[in-house]
Design a binder for this molecule. Sequence first.
Ligand code: AOF
Ligand code: ZN
Length: 359
Amino acid sequence: MQAALALARRGLGNTWPNPAVGCVIVRDGAVVGRGWTQPGGRPHAETEALRRAGDLARGATAYVTLEPCSHHGRTPPCCNALIGAGVARVIAAMRDPDPRVDGRGFAMLRAAGIVVEEGLLEAEAQAINAGFSRRIRAGRPVVTLKLATTLDGRIATHAGESQWITGPEARREAHAMRARHDAILVGSGTAVADDPDLTCRLPGAAPTRSLRVIADARLRTPPGARVFATARQHPTLLVTVPGHKPAALAPYLEAGAEVATVARGPEGLSLTALLGALAQRGVTRVLAEGGAGIAAALLREGLVDRLAWFHAPGVMGGDGLPAAYRLPVEVLAAMPRFRRVAARPLGPDWLTEFEPREA
Ligand code: AOF
Ligand code: ZN
């Protein structure tokens, strides 16, 4: 199952709207087939592993990180494939929350005489599928907030200079992080100040399917910005509020970007509504890369599921721009708090990862 989980992780950022699943088929103590969900979500992990195992799947045990599907999609259910291949035992880490499956897969396998065990390394599988489960159950994706700051939490100088605070090792990790998410979100402040292209550039890495999302209520990002100039090569979504004149939106559409409108929020657009719109498009995992406005709004609304904080060993002082502004914390009890789940050095910098601390 550990091996199946590692295979599943390969698909993160690439399989949406489907979950990233891994499957290992074992017979007589030897691995005879391995598979993981392919880009775009099909083929599923089990059919990939079965194809490789061929006749050796007969009497074998399949380790799957998610309950095999029981519904007819573009292809018949994975349960049919497992039954047809003569697999004797299926060990699944967790149940599939998709209402089309949700226990029906296990029932189908058992009805066919296959021995089924559920719950092996379930916590790991739940973590991998957190975005998928959240989209199914709550209609929104999980959000990782990525910040790169000085030791005193500054993201840019007073003059707006921000490139580069962290070193090349941290930036490489940030690119890998983009690849593991379905969508990369920035606000117009960052889009204007940094003119990022929000792609994943890693030598040797396969092209990614990440959707680039610019939250821009007032259409402050010029249509000539790098994200829009490359919109024909990389999917790009401009999210704004209703009421703009068609002529104001036309240049973005002409550049090849999509435009979506969502409800207004306290400042600009509602991030909750934006996340809902992304989930409707199938997005399960969002990487928010700033800036200070988006970071503050996500923290304020309790929308951060994971915080990835790069610290560079420099100090900017009070004139530097803070990582988040207008977080009205007046009493300590109101401060969003996190618990550290990982920390490691990256060249001269540190990456610390956090999850919300339960109240
Ligand atoms: C599996 N193995 O590798 C994945 C599964 O749109 P479809 O027909 O591809 O079905 C998508 C659903 O299949 C998805 O919502 C989830 O329930 C399941 N994903 N199932 O057996 C896989 N990715
Ligand atoms: Zn399937």
